[in-house]
Design a protein around this ligand. Structure first.
Ligand code: SF4
Ligand code: SF4
Length: 85
């Protein structure tokens, strides 16, 4: 399995491998948990820290499990997730 790199760049928290990059905009995310519930590969875990909005946000800590279905990106009501490869 590919190594996962997790980093924060200003308001984006990014989980990436050589194959895929999953970013969450912590400024847009309201912490509803839809992405954690619906990702078929349980790629996300809640952050330890709080965002600018005062909520926990998802972190793609298991980006190596991602199958690039884009469900998270499509179903996030706040357009906070981007999946790129
Ligand atoms: S679905 Fe969107 S708003 Fe809800 S927790 Fe995930 S990233 Fe945040
Ligand atoms: S693209 Fe699919 S598998 Fe990858 S993190 Fe989003 S919901 Fe999960």
């Amino acid at each position: 399995m590919a190594d996962v790199e997790v980093k924060k760049e200003e308001y984006l928290v990014i989980g990436k491998t050589d194959a895929v990059e999953i970013s969450v905009d912590t400024f847009l995310c309201k912490g509803c948990g839809i992405c954690l519930e619906l990702c078929p590969r349980t790629v996300f875990e809640w952050s330890q820290e709080l965002s600018e909005k005062g909520v926990h946000y998802p972190v793609a800590v298991k980006a190596d499990k991602c199958v690039k279905c884009k469900l998270c990106e499509l179903l996030c009501p706040d357009f906070a997730i981007a999946v790129k490869w």
